[in-house]
Design a protein around this ligand. Structure first.
Ligand code: FAD
Length: 457
């Protein structure tokens, strides 16, 4: 990057907020995919006006701008594959306002999701979206990827809690979208267009979020199944019985064994599958629901149903679920992680198809995820140095997506497209969908400076 450009950026944000050393560039070159590309410069703005000035320069000089929260994404969205400016939002991390009467929070994009949840829960309020990365990912990153989590089965995903946004557009102008009210039907829904756009349409600088009352009681159960088919059938049976759990998580045997090796929590490694089921609401209804769930699980073949007696037991059940991602890191050097989603009554079908695909391509595939909303995390455990195996893995991914779409599903329930899935989106959107998507990108970003190469390769 030209020295004069670095000087202009330094004039905007100050010397300490512009980094150019090789060490710093490496630190901001990757995300959870472990793919790497170096930015030319790292810039850490403190407010929307600074971002606006930075983006204006980038637009004039046609320099890529890559917004970045915690860099925890699973699809390479914050990797600067064309160099340029890595725009780090983590210093903008304030809770600007908590309006208890209207149940609204206004936050900066770099606020860590868990920190927001802690703040609002102190006042008896609730921000439900709970990606497993919530202790380090940012609200801005969540909005840009439309993150979801275990509670999506009952409460929905990030887009369901965003009322409005401030966004610095690729020409440097600031767009305010949405409202502070629950209702509004004025014009196109620009808020929803920006949510999930993975930093390709602008930089989110402020979010107005909807909160709801914090549930009074939570009850959690772990059901152990010797047959995987029984576990996947139970998922549909619970919902068919008109119970909507706040979480309904699934782990297959490889995931159980992998976690047990990692944290030694006493998990039943002979089980083909586990379901972690949680309900929330008032004390009486949660007690009734968890007992009913226990009965259903027993009838559908569970060998054992453990109901957590207190918060400590609940936490230990969740510890196993949250340990899956780090535990997988110890299983093999490379993990190809897809987050396909099918209609929940098709969970048994996709689980069978995944088993066949693993056999056909001779791959170790570990499955877990948010079975209650049909979102299965499919992890192909491989080694990027083994070219032959990587080729088989790549073919398996294509077949997994094909099976998902045939079952009426989607190739990404929560991680987004980024760089890793961009070659497949045409299969879901179709030619017309792609054409409209490209036109929208062009209207927002005619010079293609905002996170270029993401979503649309
Ligand atoms: C262990 C682990 C568990 C995970 N579990 C889940 C899960 O349960 N559910 C889930 O949905 N995801 C999960 N993820 C993926 C990841 O945490 C989410 O995608 C998260 O929303 C990314 O937030 P981030 O702050 O790290 O964003 P980054 O990774 O920094 O960025 C993600 C994308 O958002 C864009 N972006 C970031 N901030 C902004 C902004 N202010 N304005 C515009 N664009 C922006 C980036 O350019 C990029 O395209 C997990 C990741 C890990 C490592």
């Amino acid at each position: 990057m030209k020295k004069e450009t670095i000087k202009k950026l330094t004039d905007i944000v100050g010397k300490e907020a512009v980094l150019t050393s090789d060490e710093d560039r490496i630190c901001y070159s990757y995300d959870a995919t472990r793919k790497i590309a170096l930015p030319d410069v790292i810039v850490k703005p403190k407010n929307a006006n600074e971002i606006s000035s930075i983006v204006k320069i980038a637009n004039q000089e046609k320099i890529p701008v890559v917004p970045r929260g915690a860099g925890s994404g699973f699809v390479g969205g914050s990797i600067p594959i064309m160099g340029g400016i890595a725009l780090i939002l983590t210093d903008m991390n304030r809770l600007i306002e908590l309006d208890e009467e209207n149940m609204v929070a206004v936050v900066e994009p770099g606020m860590v999701t868990y920190n927001l949840q802690q703040e609002v829960e102190k006042r008896g309020l609730f921000y439900p979206p709970d990606p497993a990365s919530l202790k380090f990912c940012t609200i801005g990153g969540n909005a840009a990827t439309c993150a979801g989590g275990p509670r999506a089965v009952k409460y929905g995903v990030t887009k369901d809690y965003i009322l409005g946004l401030d966004v610095v557009l690729p020409d440097g102008e600031i767009l305010n979208t949405g409202v502070r009210t629950t209702k509004s039907v004025v014009g196109y829904d620009l808020t929803k267009l920006i949510v999930g756009s993975e930093g390709t349409l602008g930089v989110i600088t402020r979010l107005t979020l909807k909160l709801i009352p914090l549930p009074e009681s939570i009850k959690t159960a772990l059901a152990v199944f010797l047959k995987i088919d029984d576990a996947s059938t139970t998922v549909s049976k619970i919902i068919a019985n008109r119970i909507l759990p706040s979480s309904l998580e699934f782990m297959d045997q490889s995931a159980v064994r992998c976690v047990e090796n990692y944290i030694h929590a006493g998990l039943p490694v002979d089980a083909e599958a586990l379901l972690l089921i949680e309900v929330d609401g008032d004390e009486i209804s949660t007690k009734r629901q968890i007992e009913k769930i226990g009965d259903i699980c027993s009838k559908t073949g569970a060998r054992e149903v453990r109901i957590a007696k207190d918060e400590a037991e609940r936490e230990s059940l969740w510890k196993a679920r949250r340990a899956i991602s780090p535990a997988l890191g110890h299983l093999s050097p490379t993990k190809i992680n897809e987050d396909i989603t099918v209609p929940r009554n098709k969970v048994p079908n996709i689980i069978r198809r995944l088993r066949d695909i693993a056999e056909k391509y001779r791959l170790n595939i570990v499955n877990f995820g948010h079975a209650g909303d049909g979102n299965i995390h499919v992890n192909i455990m491989t080694d990027s140095k083994n070219e032959e195996e990587m080729k088989r893995a790549d073919e398996a991914v294509g077949e997994i997506f094909k099976a998902t779409l045939e079952l009426g599903g989607t190739i990404s329930g929560e991680h987004g497209i980024g760089i890793t899935k961009s070659k497949y989106i045409v299969d879901e959107l179709g030619a017309k969908g792609m054409e409209v998507t490209r036109k929208i990108k062009k209207v927002f970003d005619p010079n293609n400076i905002m996170n270029p190469g993401k979503i649309l390769s």
